[in-house]
Design a protein around this ligand. Structure first.
Ligand code: UDP
Length: 323
């Protein structure tokens, strides 16, 4: 059995690779251009074969997809800061890359998992979000909505291949997946706050901090992904993957301060200062995970405190190792 994980050196991808190594003896191909991913994320194992390359390279994708029995397509431009700063590169990666994977997989009927995002719901006020709910996205002049629409287009494309070519596909919409190995440099809040707290720097809460998110441990998310791909009833469906415990960003900052024992102060920064005048932000983001629960019996196991403890422990180990 050969598995392909695109974006396998990335945050979620590398945890999926670990899961496969722990639970199977599959050969694992990775395609990763080491842009936001890191080689250090990868375990040293003869089962793992990293092919450094870009998912926009259709010849490369074709070659490796053809040699694989199942594909997890996780390669993508990620992180709100990254997407807002590099809109063109993000759109090309997230649209062309997915088309390359799906078009090749459709030729051989190779099952594909498509990593989508809770961003597709946009700024809809109707929480919790169910998979068939309407999407509410803003104008094309706001780059964030380009990301939301690119991911939605990926979903349309996957479902169209399923419909017209019988391609086995599962789409997973990740909700604020966090944990060890996630880096803060593309704007993700948990690693950013933990690093600020450990350094004694101000914790930068954007806006008034009342916006809420549901944070999910990457380990729980990866288990759900694997289970979905091994459940025939999931084929051709879209699933929310996330915890249903909303927490405000102000509360998150407080938890990080308590768990790290840091005396950093909390600094509120207006969105227009952190980004620009046009920036838009979903205020409440919460998944309805009943479809996931009914299909695979999944419920996230890890509390927010436990997630933060894992991240803090990893960051402290990294600091010790580099000093
Ligand atoms: N956020 C923040 N300070 C930061 C980074 C992010 O207050 O330094 C907020 C951000 O505005 C959002 C939440 O934390 O409300 C989650 O941000 P992230 O970029 O991790 O994920 P998003 O849900 O925006 O995709």
């Amino acid at each position: 059995m050969a598995v392909l994980v695109t974006g396998g050196a990335g945050f979620i991808g590398s945890h999926l690779v670990n899961y496969y190594l722990r639970n199977t003896d599959s050969k694992i191909f990775l395609i990763d251009n080491i842009s936001t991913g890191q080689k250090e994320n990868l375990p040293k194992s003869s089962q793992v074969d990293l092919i450094e390359g870009d998912v926009r390279d259709s010849a490369l994708v074709e070659d490796i997809v053809r040699r694989s029995d199942v594909v997890y397509h996780l390669a993508a431009a990620v992180g709100v800061e990254n997407i807002v700063e590099n809109p063109l590169d993000s759109l090309q990666t997230n649209i062309e890359g997915t088309q390359n994977v799906l078009d090749t997989a459709a030729g051989d009927g190779t099952p594909v998992f498509i990593a989508s995002s809770s961003e597709v719901y946009g700024k809809s006020p109707e929480v919790p979000f169910s998979e068939d709910d309407d999407r509410v996205v803003g104008p094309t002049t706001v780059p964030r909505w380009g990301y939301a629409n690119a991911k939605a287009l990926d979903e349309f494309y996957a479902l169209a291949h399923h419909e017209e070519n019988d391609l086995p596909v599962v789409v997973g919409r990740f909700f604020n997946t966090v944990g060890p190995r996630q880096v803060g440099e593309y704007g993700m809040v948990v690693p950013t706050f933990v690093e600020q707290a450990l350094a004694g720097d101000p914790i930068t809460v954007y806006g008034d901090g009342t916006q809420t998110r549901c944070f999910t441990h990457v380990r729980d998310a990866v288990e759900a992904v694997h289970e979905l791909m091994n459940t025939p009833a999931a084929n051709g469906h879209v699933f929310n993957i996330g915890s249903s415990q909303p927490v405000s960003i102000n509360e998150l900052a407080e938890r990080v301060l308590e768990i790290t024992g840091s005396d950093s102060r909390v600094e509120h920064i207006p969105f227009e200062e952190a980004f620009d005048e046009d920036f838009e932000e979903p205020t409440r983001r919460e998944p309805d995970v009943s479809k996931l629960r009914e299909t695979i019996g999944w419920a996230p196991e890890t509390s927010l405190d436990r997630i933060l403890e894992d991240v803090v422990e990893e960051r402290r180990e990294n600091v010790e190792a580099s000093s």
